[in-house]
Design a protein around this ligand. Sequence first.
Ligand SMILES: NC(=O)c1ccc[n+]([C@@H]2O[C@H](COP(=O)([O-])OP(=O)(O)OC[C@H]3O[C@@H](n4cnc5c(N)ncnc54)[C@H](OP(=O)(O)O)[C@@H]3O)[C@@H](O)[C@H]2O)c1
Length: 274
Amino acid sequence: MSEVNTGSLSPPKKYALITGASQGLGRSIAMELAGRGHGVVLVARSTDKLKEVVSLCKELNGGRAIALEMDLTRPDAINDLMTELERLQLSIEVLVNNAGEAVWGFFGDMPLSDHLRMMRLNMFVPVELTHRMLPLLLRNEKAYILNIGSMTGYNAMATFSTYSGSKSFILRWSRSLRMELKEKGISVTCVCPGSVLTGFTERAGMQVMDDLAKRFGSPPGPIARSSVKALFSGKAEHVPGFLDGITATLMGLLPTGLVEKISSGIYLKKLPHR
Ligand SMILES: NC(=O)c1ccc[n+]([C@@H]2O[C@H](COP(=O)([O-])OP(=O)(O)OC[C@H]3O[C@@H](n4cnc5c(N)ncnc54)[C@H](OP(=O)(O)O)[C@@H]3O)[C@@H](O)[C@H]2O)c1
């Protein structure tokens, strides 16, 4: 881990920590929070991209942006992150568990190590980080946790078994946590986006889905705005985007088996036959 840019810090107040803030949705959420005046702690691996987000955020919030470069899947990563936060003595009131990846393909065809790494990033990291951050968040009269799920977490999905499973976990965990923490002044929100145009699908090796993603995907800016709005209005769960919101509602009304068949069918059709 290395600190990319601490800049000159003003007294620590109202910081938000965002994982996966170097690009995509996390970058847009960081900028949205900085635009609302929050200091931001940005966590990801890519030094250059983080530097760029730091300077964009500093322009928005008057200079309060810090980047912590780290691979969150490393066994000691959260320990190192907490040590760094302790050293920086920041008051953090918002935690955004955003960093995530997808493994796409038939379960048995994909290396086990890919499934396990993804499960670590998408599930173990948010759990460990939230557990370790709770004492810091509880120091505030009011604090917020934003967990990034996915619409794929709403139903079983062939070709996305461990990914959709990880996002189902995030949703259930998030809603359970919300009930426990409400009385303690911490509001927990789970945002479940549909397709967001971030390059996420390319990184998951899903280039064959590009045409669909371009047709139905949303740019990350409005999704981030809607997510942050849902967070501060204290929503338990939110599907950003008008069309995705309608789709999620319809999916909830149809028989589970039918929804699974339709949504899995779209992805199965795109995978080469075994
Ligand atoms: N895009 C979509 O269509 C979509 C839809 C629904 C839900 N989501 C969810 O939204 C979240 C963000 O996705 P996105 O589309 O913005 O993805 P993205 O563009 O690929 O960004 C992922 C972020 O996570 C960071 N990251 C990845 N592995 C990491 C690691 N081992 N340690 C630290 N940071 C790591 C990446 O930064 P570095 O590479 O610099 O480390 C990057 O900042 C994810 O949880 C995803 O599941 C995305």
